[in-house]
Design a protein around this ligand. Sequence first.
Ligand code: 13P
Length: 252
Amino acid sequence: MRRKLIAGNWKMNTDRASAVALAKGIVGGVDKYKAVDLLVCPPAVYLTFVAEVVRGTSVALGAQNMYHEGNGAFTGELSAAMLKDVGCSHVILGHSERRHILGETDAAVNKKTLAALAAGLVPIVCVGELLAEREANKTAAVIRSQFEGSLAGVSAEQIEKVVIAYEPVWAIGTGKVATPQQAEEVHADLRKLLTERYNGQSAAKVRILYGGSVKASNAGELLAQPNIDGALVGGASLKADEFLGIAAGAVG
Ligand code: 13P
């Protein structure tokens, strides 16, 4: 049985005070949601402050990006070891904003994924199609190619630790959520890709999150789908009540 994971991607939002307040608000309400894994991913500069708040609680800490090299002359970048050092257990990789705004390729996401796994961080590897791709019936092909490119060289043992996030680009920050059926169709395809590439046992262990305009009011029906194992939440993760409301939807 896969435990549901509700992850908040705070993106480039909050300031130090509001990040700490948000983390405190979430930590204050987690007792009711012991059956769900909760994760917050603040901007990198606030990781240490949020780490202080979540330490010793059931809320995990993640980063929004990292670089694949261990250390050295890579101005502006952060390594997996640095993220672990400040208390991260997870890292979001290949988010569509990084792919489409910052030009990140599958090859780059793949290097980061392997580096995160080697360092003992759980990578949350994002895939998702553009609206034009969906309208051209290319969703399955786009997802397959991102899956293959981003997860190349990941072993059967490693894949069980990976989290995959399906985030249709047209649903991110638009209020236009995928229907539970649209999301489940892609999640089931991803599970099939995992089974073909690895085996049924490993595939059954991988958590596949849905992301794109998830909020407390629509989380329940999405999370009730058999292959939707959690949510990667943007806007609605910036309010503790709303985020916890999504966790409530995961409990059922
Ligand atoms: P929204 O929940 O704001 O649509 O963002 C989704 C997302 O990109 C999470 O990573």
